[in-house]
Design a protein. Sequence first.
Length: 137
Amino acid sequence: MVDDCIFCKIVAGDIPSSKVYEDEEVLAFLDISQVTPGHTLVVPKKHARNLLEMDETTTAQLFARVSKVAQKVKAATQAPAMNIISNMEEIAGQTVFHTHVHIIPRYTDQDELTISFTEHEPNFEQLARLAGKIQNS
Ligand code: AMP
Ligand code: ZN
């Protein structure tokens, strides 16, 4: 438990949350901002700054629960679509530095969540070089 971490406090029960799922490893609760109805956060009980700081086993455990909770959110909300996002570091929009995965039900593409990918002309030489670099790192 990290003293000044709001999600550690939620896991410990020191701050209330709208719990939707809990087991030994993870807690899932409604995000207070509710970008769409049913917006849920899944957090590991053991503190880590974000996914990039977690080992493969702990990450696999977390994502197994993300899948389970996403199915439950879908069943409860009847949302026809969903985004699952985890922000890592400030540039990527992380504001709470305890790993969390957002489950965001989508009811319409006119809601208040905007995710846009700008397309670029593919440079296949560059792609091959970059893919190789990633493979070897
Ligand atoms: P991120 O920007 O990815 O770090 O997301 C942090 C999320 O935590 C935001 O969507 C906040 O609305 C949410 N949040 C912050 N405090 C609480 C809280 N006490 N209970 C539930 N959600 C919270
Ligand atoms: Zn924490």
